[in-house]
Write a protein that binds this ligand. Structure first.
Ligand code: HEM
Length: 333
């Protein structure tokens, strides 16, 4: 059964850092802006007790996420209904990821993937609150969710969710009252976009994602999200102290393969609508269209360097690492 009423699966695993069940972002500082400027206490992100070398050596097993959460048949069915809606929308009325069988680049692909991350990211570890809970819909217009792409992406998710729920309501195979939550739509769409843009396959990244997230009714504290100007130390500590390896940080950052900078016209990589591994060559080259958070992945630590190099060398290795980091605890991908 699907959220919001469902009690069953406490799933919590998703596309992005905050996604890990109980161990997502525990930022204590304010935002750092995209160019490294400082907003509020951004420069004072807490790093007490963070030793990058020590943490980076530790085996990363996420203690918070149940392995292989079993999905019921209804869940899988709902995911297929959602998948179809995402692909085509309602021709003539609601756009889909494809139009006439071709990737629809008018849809904010980058904004949709970023939205998955931004719903999951503001997790307060200490309070055990936040994460992938659909709260993004209350956080639009508040930094860092001010750009048109993410706002448009959220609007599109609203429309897709309505379509999915209408389809479920009319389907005799689906028990009465079952609906999909915003939180599930926000996570599923991130995976669907990556597949549509030529990244990991549906079997690798979409199918393993559990659903059943409950929707929050208030905003999370989005000031916990990192800005593009974040330093290496703060970025590495942030991910490591939340249970992510440096390799996972590098893999997830590869999402910047897709999309645009805040001017909405400058692509971050040569092919902003295509999910490949070109991003990592751009990182090695110190491409100025990337953010500081991207460029610092190279030249600061042997493990992140090795990951950047191996993802740059081999697209398949990157896809598999991205899918796995996106859905840690979902089982093998
Ligand atoms: C590692 C820490 C990260 C930082 C500091 C960061 C920061 C940023 C910033 C500053 C932007 C530009 C915002 C704007 O245009 O207004 C951006 C765009 C983007 N981010 Fe991240 N991000 C991070 C990780 C991620 C992750 C984990 C994902 C998804 C898995 C992601 C997906 C995206 C996408 C797809 C865009 C392009 C959005 C568009 O086309 O509108 N980012 N990010």
């Amino acid at each position: 059964m699907a959220a919001p009423q469902r009690q069953g699966l406490a799933l919590l695993v998703l596309l992005a850092v905050g996604a890990r069940a109980g161990c997502p972002f525990g930022f204590s500082g304010g935002l750092e802006d995209a160019e490294g400027g400082v907003q509020g206490a951004g420069r004072r992100l807490q790093q007490a007790g963070c030793n990058i070398n020590t943490l980076a050596q530790q085996a990363v097993t996420n203690p918070f996420v149940p392995a292989n959460p079993a999905q019921g048949q209804v869940d899988n069915y709902i995911k297929e209904v959602a998948w179809k809606v995402f692909q085509t929308g309602y021709p003539g009325f609601v756009p889909g990821l494809y139009k006439n069988g071709v990737l629809n680049t008018k849809v904010p692909l980058g904004g949709l993937l970023r939205l998955s991350f931004h719903d999951a990211g503001p997790f307060n570890k200490a309070a055990g609150k936040g994460g992938a809970n659909g709260s993004l819909r209350f956080e639009l217009g508040v930094r860092p969710n001010t750009n048109k792409n993410i706002i448009d992406a959220a609007g599109l998710c609203d429309r897709w969710r309505t379509m999915i729920n209408n389809a479920l309501a009319a389907d005799p195979k689906v028990p009465k009252g079952v609906q999909i939550s915003y939180a599930d739509v926000y996570q599923l769409i991130g995976a669907a976009v990556v597949v549509a843009a030529g990244g990991p396959t549906k079997a690798q990244i979409y199918d393993p994602l559990p659903i059943g997230r409950r929707d929050a009714t208030v905003a999370d504290n989005v000031a916990q999200m990192p800005g593009g100007g974040i330093s290496w130390d703060n970025l590495a500590c942030l991910f490591l102290t939340n249970g992510y390896s440096l390799e996972e940080l590098v893999a997830l950052s590869g999402a910047h393969e897709l999309g645009f900078r805040q001017d909405r016209t400058t692509p971050m990589t040569a092919n902003p609508n295509s999910f490949t591994n070109e991003y990592f060559t751009a990182v090695i080259n110190g491409n100025r269209n990337l953010f500081n958070s991207d460029r610092v992945l190279w030249g600061n630590h042997a493990r992140s360097d090795a990951a950047v190099q191996s993802f740059a060398n081999n697209k398949g290795v990157f896809f598999s690492a991205f899918a796995k980091a996106s859905c840690s605890g979902c089982g093998a991908s």
